[in-house]
Design a protein around this ligand. Structure first.
Ligand SMILES: NC(=O)c1ccc[n+]([C@@H]2O[C@H](COP(=O)([O-])OP(=O)(O)OC[C@H]3O[C@@H](n4cnc5c(N)ncnc54)[C@H](OP(=O)(O)O)[C@@H]3O)[C@@H](O)[C@H]2O)c1
Length: 321
């Protein structure tokens, strides 16, 4: 296929949503990628941390990074589940060097404890993947009083990155990958209500709003950490068959079942962003190895300064201002 034709096909798949997000899009696009990108063993001697690595896309990411030679630290809220994931990954990658750390990323005290443990044990961190995700059935708050999806998708990842900054800087150029969602296209930045205190709360809206926040804040995170040689990328995996989708979206899972990607295909762009050479430019939103628009709907656009206002609020919530 010529370059122009494959770009056109890629764009058509992306705009059709179902075509691009399912395994159809992945299969068609994969045929246009270099077979040895990322190169085998490219992460040998490198260190990676993956949150939410006990299940679904996080486990597939940890497995793929280990397969490329990285030493991988699985950050999980249930260590027993983390150890099961390690055993499973070792069946495919027997030489994998894997470590489990307990951390509830929505709980800022737990994030501080886990970061302290990592700072003590590591002398560098090349790749940090913020994958842990949740779609709460109803509004709930963490011990510190933050709405659960805001704490899990925004506050925890920003705090963990900030605390691990010395390790990332020691490995510069280092890469941070934030796993967002195509669901974010339906929402604008709730700059004045990130905790979802106003209006009728639904888990799917809270999820999409906080996934929008991840994308909107990525250029600002990039700006904050670029001087240390840290690039921040965000991406969406399309629709993949994971335990999270089975539990949170059973109807969708039933209807879309055969069309869903397997977890490795959903995780492909995370792994590619972590390992491809040369490193892609930071601050962008990716899907299937290509930068994607931040918006399709005019109504979701930033009305001026909303991302900056949200960022100031996040830094304030984390006492990092
Ligand atoms: N699958 C898809 O189609 C899809 C589409 C768009 C975006 N995503 C995103 O992809 C990421 C992975 O989702 P998935 O589909 O693989 O779902 P999953 O199977 O439910 O995996 C989510 C992982 O996050 C962990 N987690 C949740 N809250 C946590 C917390 N507070 N602290 C630490 N870990 C926590 C879970 O831990 P437990 O094992 O203990 O529950 C689990 O390991 C999420 O960010 C999700 O939003 C997925």
């Amino acid at each position: 296929m010529t370059g122009r034709l494959s770009t056109l096909l890629d764009t058509v798949l992306d705009r059709s949503v179902v075509g691009g997000y399912t395994n159809l899009g992945y299969r068609l696009r994969r045929g246009t990628w270099e077979a040895d990108d990322p190169r085998p063993d490219v992460l040998r001697g490198r260190v990676a941390v993956v949150t939410g690595a006990s299940s679904g896309l996080g486990k597939a990411t940890a497995a793929a990074l280990a397969g490329l030679g990285a030493r991988v630290h699985l950050v999980v809220r249930d260590p027993a589940k983390g150890r099961d994931a390690v055993a499973e990954i070792r069946r495919d990658v027997p030489a994998a060097e894997l470590h489990v750390h307990r951390c509830d990323v929505s709980d800022l005290t737990s994030v501080r404890t886990a970061a302290g443990e990592l700072l003590e044990r590591l002398d560098r961190l090349d790749v940090l993947v913020h994958n842990a995700g949740t779609m709460p059935p109803e509004r709930s708050v963490t011990a510190e009083g933050h709405e659960l999806s805001y704490a899990t998708h925004v506050l925890g990842p920003v705090l963990l990155t900030e605390l691990l900054r010395p390790l990332l800087a020691a490995a510069a150029p280092a890469r941070v990958v934030v796993v967002s969602s195509g669901g974010m296209y339906t929402q604008r930045i709730p700059a004045d209500d990130p905790e979802f205190e106003q209006g009728e709360y639904t888990g799917s809206t809270a999820y999409a709003r906080t996934k929008r926040m991840q994308v909107a804040l990525t250029p600002l995170m990039q700006e904050r950490w670029a001087a240390d040689g840290i690039a921040v990328h965000t991406m969406h995996p399309g629709w993949a068959d994971t335990p999270g989708v089975v539990t949170s979206l059973p109807g969708f899972h039933k209807v879309m079942g055969p069309l869903l990607r397997d977890p490795a295909s959903g995780a492909d762009t995370v792994v590619w962003l972590a390992a491809t050479e040369p490193a892609p430019g930071g601050g962008q939103f990716w899907h299937d190895r290509a930068p994607r628009p931040d918006h399709y709907l005019p109504l979701t656009r930033d009305r001026g300064g909303e991302a900056e206002r949200l960022w100031a609020r996040v830094l304030d919530d984390l006492a990092l201002a």
